[in-house]
Each structure stands twice: as structure tokens, then as C-alpha cells.
Design a protein around this ligand. Structure first.
Ligand code: KG4
Ligand code: ZN
Length: 365
């Protein structure tokens, strides 16, 4: 029986400052003793996107407060912590540096082990934290900067089956919202507006469905949305509320169709390699979208696979996933020291060639 491990995690790779305490017990799964997230939406609102410099400064001023709040909420102190895990990349480099420096300071002061965690591994291992999923499983990671199918075999063992060749879906949602005058982050705003819309009112493309394999593309979809919007504006002098709802519904339905078909293919490929363990998990901010979760659940049950989608709050960026992934790495013998270096790029599958796409967080993998 593996002994319990209590890990403090820090996350600061984009626009959420997070600190969390997670206890790992058994071989998989854990309990979240606290999970503090200080968002920065207000600070970036006027700019229509995340401003890296503003994000880094905000992380610097909030990280220690987040750590204190996480420890208090967990009813513990640094004395009750076994290891410190921190997002060391990929992400906006100023924010990642702020987190790594804070974690190094804590590790130096306490003598606790320091573990640098790949942010994507944090998302990818979340289904183990929440549902105790066992390795291997197929992971669809969909967020603001990433979109890839991964076979998860261990905390540092991932094989990529495919991914986006340009924009990530979250990025496309954010751009769609911007085009339609909706607030950022765009995903939740587009999902809300789509509830009142008719997905069939506009026929938007389903990019790359005509090509085999499970690579995806979302940038053409955004351009098609821009054209549909401009045609409406030219015809009627502006956009009615219903137009925005219809465009959002059509956009979301196109993303759903692409993700569903590509997931079907990835799952088939995965099942050939792992016939005895049919399991699909989804994580990342876009996995918070209810329509997307629903189509993926259908694809999974059609294939006879177990489906796992973490609770919404654990799909978007948070430090609990970093603490958990750090705990798994630590258990597998991984440990960093003061030479831990923040990495703006850090592919999970280091044996596959880099993907072409680059998004708000730079090249994805
Ligand atoms: O994983 P995450 O919190 O940060 C990254 O690592 O990128 O994902 C943020 C992304 C944003 O692009 C946001 O618009 C998108 O996830 N998102 C959603 C929804 N909630 C967040 N996209 C679609 N529907 C949602 N409900
Ligand atoms: Zn993320």
C-alpha cells in the first residue's frame, strides 16, 4: 500500500493564479483539501485577451496570498506538506517564472522536495485525481492553447495520436466571441448565447473531416464565422441578438461535429493498441462545454468505452491538478532542484514531431 502524500501545488501559466493542497492515497485518486483560484479576467477585459505582462505582474502579487489561503483552507501549514509542485511550462513565460520562483523560495525555505509539472500533464491526469482512472486511457485535451489526443500511460508517459494543426478550439471560441461582441473568455459566453440559437441557421465548415487521421484544424471555421457575420452586417446594417445566438449555435455545432468524428477515429486507433482497457477522458477548459461533453460521451458509449469528464471547475486551469500530477511524479521517483527552468514550450510526447499550430500560449506540442 502506497503511503499518503500531501502536496502543495502552484499554477500560474496563463491568467489564473492557483494554489491547492491535494492528498494522494492509494495508487490512483486523491482528495482536494483546498483549491484556490484567483482569476484575472477583470485585468484583461479592456484588451480583448490575456496581456502576458499584466498576467505576470498579477501572478507575482497574488501567488503568496493564494498559497496562504490554500494552506489555511486545507487546515494545515507548510509543516504538513510533503512536496511542492509547480507548473514549469508550457505557458506564458512571465507567469510560469513567477510560479517557479515562488515554489523555489518555498522549497529553499522548508527543505521540501520541488517538482516541476507540465501544465498539460496536470490536465491529462485530472481524471485520475477525480475518478481514479487507471492507466492507460485515451485523453482528449482541449483548452485555450492546446488540442490533442494522447494515450496516457504514466505521469510522464504520453503518446500523441493527433492534434490541431492551427488554432486550439478554446482559442477559436475566444475569437468567435470577439467577432460577435461577446465577453472573454469566449467559451462560456458562446455556449450561453448558443442556447437560444438554431445551429442549422448557418452552414459552417467541418474542417479536415475529409482527411484521414485525427489531426484537426479550427482556424478556417473562425474565418467562415467572420464571413457569415460580415454578410449579415452588410445585408441588414448590424447584428440582431438572434443572429448572434444563431451564429454561436452554428459555430459550436461545427466544433462538436469535428471533435466527435476525430475522437471516434482516435478511440478506434487507441482500442487497437489497448483492447482490454477502453477508456476516454476529456480535460482542459473547453471540456467545460456541455454540448461538447455530451457528444463525446455518445462517441465513447458507442465504442463501448468508459467515459470520464472531470467536474467543470477542474477542467479549467487550477492548482489541484498540478499538485496531483506533481504527487504522481514524486512517487515515481521524479524530483527537481533549484536548476528547474521555466519552459514556454514543453510537449508531453517528446518523441513525436512538433505540431504546426501556435496559439496564445505559443506552439502547442
Ligand atoms: O484549460 P484552460 O482554463 O486554459 C488553458 O490552458 O488554455 O482553457 C481556457 C479556454 C478558453 O479559451 C475558454 O474560452 C475555454 O477554455 N472555455 C470554454 C468553456 N469554458 C472555458 N470553451 C467552450 N465552452 C466553455 N463552456
Ligand atoms: Zn490549461
Amino acid at each position: 500500500m502506497t503511503r499518503d502524500l500531501t502536496v502543495l501545488g502552484l499554477e500560474s501559466s496563463c491568467d489564473d493564479t492557483g494554489a491547492a493542497v491535494v492528498r494522494l492515497s492509494g495508487d490512483t485518486g486523491g482528495s482536494i483539501l483546498s483549491n484556490v483560484v484567483y482569476g484575472q479576467a477583470e485585468l484583461h477585459r479592456d484588451f480583448g485577451g490575456v496581456v502576458p505582462e499584466i498576467a505576470a505582474r498579477a501572478h507575482t502579487s497574488k501567488l503568496d496570498l493564494a498559497v496562504r489561503a490554500a494552506l489555511t483552507e486545507a487546515g494545515t501549514s507548510l509543516a504538513g506538506i510533503d512536496a511542492i509542485a509547480v507548473t514549469a511550462g508550457p505557458g506564458l513565460i512571465g507567469g510560469v517564472m513567477a510560479g517557479v520562483m515562488c515554489a523555489k523560495g518555498l522549497a529553499a525555505a522548508t527543505g521540501l522536495p520541488l517538482i516541476g509539472v507540465n501544465h498539460l500533464a496536470g490536465h491529462a491526469l485530472t481524471p485520475r485525481l477525480t475518478d481514479g482512472l487507471t492507466y492507460p486511457y485515451l485523453m482528449l485535451l482541449v483548452s485555450g492553447g492546446h488540442c490533442q489526443f494522447l494515450i496516457a500511460r504514466g505521469p510522464d508517459s504520453f503518446a500523441r495520436l493527433g492534434g490541431t494543426i492551427d488554432d486550439a478550439p478554446g482559442e477559436a471560441f475566444d475569437k468567435a466571441a470577439r467577432l460577435l461582441g461577446l465577453p472573454q473568455p469566449g467559451g462560456p459566453a458562446v455556449e450561453r448565447a448558443a442556447l437560444d440559437g438554431d445551429p442549422k441557421s448557418f452552414r459552417l465548415p467541418r474542417p479536415l473531416l475529409d482527411r484521414s487521421g485525427c489531426d484537426m484544424s479550427f482556424s478556417g471555421l473562425k474565418t467562415a464565422l467572420l464571413r457569415a457575420r460580415n454578410t449579415l452586417i452588410a445585408d441588414q446594417g448590424g447584428l440582431f441578438r438572434q443572429d448572434v445566438a444563431d451564429l454561436c449555435a452554428a459555430f459550436q455545432s461545427s466544433v462538436c461535429d469535428v471533435l466527435a468524428e476525430k475522437t471516434r477515429r482516435a478511440l478506434a486507433e487507441y482500442m487497437v493498441l489497448n483492447p482490454t482497457q477502453p477508456a476516454l477522458a476529456v480535460a482542459g477548459g473547453v471540456a467545460a462545454n456541455n454540448a461538447i461533453r455530451a457528444v463525446l460521451e455518445t462517441v465513447s458509449s458507442d465504442a463501448g468505452a468508459q467515459f470520464c469528464a472531470p467536474p467543470l471547475a477542474l477542467c479549467t486551469d487550477n492548482a489541484a491538478m498540478i499538485a496531483y500530477a506533481g504527487g504522481e511524479l514524486f512517487r515515481s521517483g521524479h524530483i527537481d532542484d533549484m536548476t528547474l527552468t521555466p519552459r514556454p514550450r514543453w510537449p508531453l510526447d517528446r518523441s513525436s514531431p512538433a505540431m504546426l499550430g501556435s496559439g496564445k500560449k505559443g506552439a502547442k506540442a
